[in-house]
Write a new protein. Structure first.
Length: 116
């Protein structure tokens, strides 16, 4: 059974940090590009960070570039998103996604709220 389970969300003040984790099981994790998406209230889900199979190549949407860092541990089947200098506009549900060709898997999401 394929599972992607996110953790680490919560309430944080502007300027603070959070570290999201995603634990994968049920598929060959190292064969999948891993992504973090987010969906803010009233908005569409957007891709914010990607990491390739080996972890060497990463990509970020401009809104998070320089503040967020995606990484993966293929030995532990985990992908993380370190989020620094958080802003109120980062408030969203954050989803872990694994993709290989036409196949993809989703987690159920973890809520991040940035507010004073």
């Amino acid at each position: 059974q394929v599972q992607l389970v996110e953790s680490g969300g919560g309430l944080v003040q502007p300027g603070g940090f959070l570290r999201l984790s995603c634990a994968a099981s049920g598929f060959t994790f190292s064969n999948y590009v891993m992504n973090w998406y987010r969906q803010a209230p009233g908005k569409e889900r957007e891709l914010i960070a990607s990491i390739n199979y080996t972890g060497v190549n990463t990509n970020y949407v401009d809104a998070v570039k320089g503040r967020f860092t995606i990484s993966r541990d293929n030995a532990k089947n985990t992908v993380t998103l370190q989020m620094n200098s958080l802003k109120p506009e980062d408030t969203a549900v954050y989803f872990c996604n694994g993709r290989r060709g036409g196949r993809e898997y989703w987690g159920e999401g973890t809520l991040v709220t940035v507010s004073s």
